[in-house]
Design a protein around this ligand. Structure first.
Ligand code: AMP
Length: 139
């Protein structure tokens, strides 16, 4: 599969559609997932385009997983989480729905299962409130 620069995350990176940004630098953008499987579900994407893990330039992984770790610590603090689920899908057979490499970061509470993948759109005010908690924890 070749990279399609009309995918939704490419549009977010170009500022053509909005997102609830948590942080960004020259390499990555972290933002809230609009159909969160748990409260505080967020995503990290490299700015350099690739469909997924298999076609990515390995140089993206350092900055990407540094950001995943930073975000995992922040969501743990923000949601008093017992654990963090980090997920990454490659290909529609594996559950990928947006074809720009991304990593899911989900704070988890013991005994609370995640909601379905790409389920219900969250109310914007809830997303904003949860983003504010994460930003405060990011410092
Ligand atoms: P995946 O199935 O791994 O490709 O995940 C794509 C994720 O992107 C899902 O969790 C969606 O809820 C999320 N998503 C789709 N569109 C947007 C958007 N415009 N802003 C934020 N998250 C999105």
């Amino acid at each position: 599969m070749t990279y399609d620069d009309q995918n939704i995350f490419a549009k977010i990176l170009r500022g053509q559609i909005p997102c609830e940004t948590l942080f960004e630098d020259e390499h990555v953008l972290a933002f809230m997932d609009i159909m969160p499987q748990v409260d505080g579900h967020c995503l990290v994407i490299p700015k350099r385009p690739s469909v997924g893990l298999l076609d990515a330039d390995p140089s993206v992984f350092g900055p990407l997983f540094t950001a995943v770790q930073r975000l995992s610590k922040a969501v743990t603090q923000a949601f008093d989480a017992d654990g963090v689920t980090v997920m990454q899908f490659n290909g529609s057979a594996a559950g990928q729905t947006v074809f720009h490499l991304h990593v899911h970061v989900m704070p988890r509470k013991a005994g609370i299962p995640p909601r379905p993948h790409t389920g219900k759109m969250e109310a914007p005010e809830i997303i904003e409130k949860n983003a504010a908690l994460i930003r405060a924890a990011l410092g």
